[in-house]
Structure formats: C-alpha cells, structure tokens
Design a protein around this ligand. Structure first.
Ligand code: ZN
Length: 237
C-alpha cells in the first residue's frame, strides 16, 4: 500500500494545492491528513473543502480550537489572532466538519495522530529524544506518524534520529515519523512538505515542493494578519 500523509496545512491553500496535485500524480492507495487544517494562513474554508476528499482526516489543536474556545488561552499571541479571525470566517457547516474529526487512526501496523500517541487530546510536543522514545510505549503498531511540531524527522525505537529524505525500514525496528508541515514548515525550508510511505517496499520519502509563497503572504496581508506570521512563512520557521 502506498500512503500519502500530510499534516499542518494551516489554511495555506497555495501550498495545499501544489501538494495535492503532486499526490494525484502518485495515485496513492490512501490519503491521510494528520490535522491542523486551519490557523496561521488566510484560506481556511478552501483547505477544509480540499482535505475532505482524503481517506482519513484527524483533528489538530487549531481545528479543535475552532469549537473549543477555552484552548485558545494556551495559544501564543499570534496563533490566537489567526484563530479568532478563522472563527469569524468559517461557516457553521465547516465548523461542524472540524468538530467531527477524530484524534487517532490505526490501520494495518500504522498509527496516525496529530500531536502525541501518549495523550493525543493534550496536544503535547515531542521535541527531544527522550519524549520520542517514551512514545513507543504508547502505540502498539510498528510505526506511528505524527505532525504538530512542523519539523520532519524520523526516530527509531533504538534511539536513532534519521533526517534522510529517503529511508528504508529496517527489520525489527519501530519508527516514529514526523511528516513535517504543508503550510508552515519550521525546519528552515519554506517549501511544502509531505510524506510518501510504501508499506510493501518499506520505504519512506519526504517530498518538498515549491509553491507561490508570495501569494499566500498576499492573502494574509489582505486579512491583516500580523507581519510576524506573514514573514515566517518565507523563512520556514
Ligand atoms: Zn500545526
């Protein structure tokens, strides 16, 4: 089975369209989105509509915030401005779509979750090796795919940190894979990021795609988003 796995679109339709066009060329068996469809950029409704065609769509913390105001207090200043704007933009139907998204998906020997397999509903961040290794106790499948930090990286249960663009699964090894971000990468590379995983071949590839980042920024300026959010898009952090 070939899986195309995307995460953290954050209402960046310019990036999402380029990614979806690329995915359609590959024609994967499964299209999976790990959440955070909205927040940070200026085309939330368009992104929700496109992602609805995926086989699996999970809930991210920004998606959750649309129907659960209390969590916004935990957001940083800029994220809060973006989410308040998004709430005012979305139709009731779009909000309902977000409210129905699940935290987790499991199929074959794969788990999928936005933030952490340990406590998906607490939106913790896995940013160091200890936390990554601890997560292996909290999923039963061989591999778990996550998003949330916007940083593409693979960690094995042996403690290897793998930054390869292409990687082949090794026998008797388990993996935690961060698929990176479509709409707001934070690894210093502004290009949209997603993952193609072939479960038969045991291979994973990170795909990076240029998109019209200036157009995404134009939309944000038009919506009067903070310059900090506009600028970080091009800097990739
Ligand atoms: Zn995110």
């Amino acid at each position: 089975m070939v899986y195309a796995i995307i995460s953290d679109i954050h209402a960046n339709i310019d990036a999402l369209e380029v990614v979806i066009n690329d995915i359609e060329k590959i024609k994967p068996d499964r299209r999976i989105c790990l959440g955070d469809i909205v927040g940070y950029c200026a085309a939330p409704a368009e992104c929700i509509a496109l992602v609805e065609n995926f086989d699996v769509v999970l809930l991210g913390n920004h998606d959750y915030a649309i129907n659960n105001r209390d969590i916004i207090e935990k957001f940083n200043f800029h994220a809060r401005i973006a989410i308040e704007w998004t709430m005012a933009q979305l139709s009731d139907a779009a909000k309902q779509t977000l409210s129905r998204l699940p935290y987790l998906n499991r199929e074959a020997d794969l788990s999928f979750v936005h933030a952490t397999p340990r406590e998906p509903e607490r939106w913790g961040y896995i940013t160091n090796l200890d936390d990554a290794l601890d997560s292996f106790h909290h999923f039963e499948t061989r591999t778990c795919f996550i998003g949330h930090t916007h940083y593409p990286i693979i960690v094995s249960n042996n403690g290897e940190v793998i930054a390869d663009k292409k990687y082949s699964w090794r026998e008797e090894t388990r993996y935690l894979v961060n698929v990176g971000s479509v709409g707001q990468p934070r690894d210093g590379d502004y290009r949209a990021c997603y993952v193609v995983y072939d479960s038969d071949a045991g291979t994973l590839e990170y795909v990076r795609l240029k998109y019209d980042v200036e157009n995404a920024q134009k939309r944000m300026r038009k919506a009067r988003f903070p310059e900090f959010l506009v600028n970080r898009l091009k800097e990739g952090h």
